[in-house]
Design a binder for this molecule. Structure first.
Ligand code: URA
Length: 241
């Protein structure tokens, strides 16, 4: 890979900026200053430093974002701000996209990545990655109705029977639900089928990954361990279903 491209992808972008660093003699490869932007390096083996600081290269980006209500989870929208607007200050030069959807009026955890294979694992129906939501209902629901959801005995308006879900009561109008499939408006449609509107929807976890301390509009990079765990979740759920 060209040295300027390597730097641009590793947080020293755009490429014009990376070139400036190289021509300015601030970049060393394996201990020697290299002033040639097109110089070829092997990202796995060569040690590159900028101003003495090692450059850590990674192939893909994995981001946890707290999507506020009002943003759409797509890469382009002519009428609304998108989740990409929230990461536009990111220093890493990768094209990311949302792995899965969250309604415009909902808030909470969205994963953005540049890794198509990883996004596929998070979103393909065969992997059944659990997603946890905090839901505010319009009317309280008794245990009888919640049990229908728990046992997979709800029939949606279009005739579909969602998989059993975990449901925990938080207070009279609040429940926590874990669903194991990704379907359009799934949580809203499940509660509509048992007689309640969803007034507020917040996704608080995807697999083992929790929203944690992120605030609305904030994002952070996932650690390699978090990425691995989400990947393994996909492996396990695909082989047990
Ligand atoms: N269920 C919904 O109804 N909406 C979402 O955005 C996600 C799950």
């Amino acid at each position: 890979m060209r040295l300027d491209k390597f730097l641009a992808k590793s947080g020293y972008g755009p490429r014009k900026f990376a070139r400036k660093l190289i021509l300015g003699g601030e970049v060393q490869v394996n201990g020697s200053i290299v002033k040639i932007p097109s110089y070829h390096i092997n990202p796995e083996e060569d040690r590159v430093t900028v101003d003495g600081r090692p450059v850590v290269y990674f192939e893909h980006l994995y981001i946890a974002l707290y999507k506020p209500a009002g943003y759409v989870t797509s890469t382009k929208d002519s009428d609304n701000p998108t989740v990409l607007d929230l990461v536009s200050d990111m220093p890493f030069n990768r094209k990311v996209f949302p792995a899965g959807r969250l309604d415009k009026d909902a808030e909470g955890l969205v994963i953005l990545t540049s890794d198509g294979e990883f996004a596929h694992r998070l979103t393909h129906p065969k992997y059944h990655i659990p997603k946890t939501y905090l839901v505010t209902l319009s009317v309280p629901l008794g245990d009888e109705k919640l049990d229908l959801i728990r046992r997979g005995k709800v029939t949606l308006a279009d005739g579909y029977n969602p998989l059993p879900a975990l449901v925990e009561v938080v207070d009279a109008l609040k429940v926590r639900i874990v669903v194991f499939e990704g379907k359009y408006h799934l949580v809203k449609r499940i509660f509509a089928a048992v007689g309640s509107k969803v007034l507020h929807l917040k996704r608080i976890a995807i697999g083992n990954l929790e929203l944690g301390d992120l605030q609305p509009g904030e994002y952070r990079l996932l650690t390699p361990q978090e990425v691995d765990l989400l990947r393994k979740h996909g492996d396990v759920s695909a082989t047990t279903n």
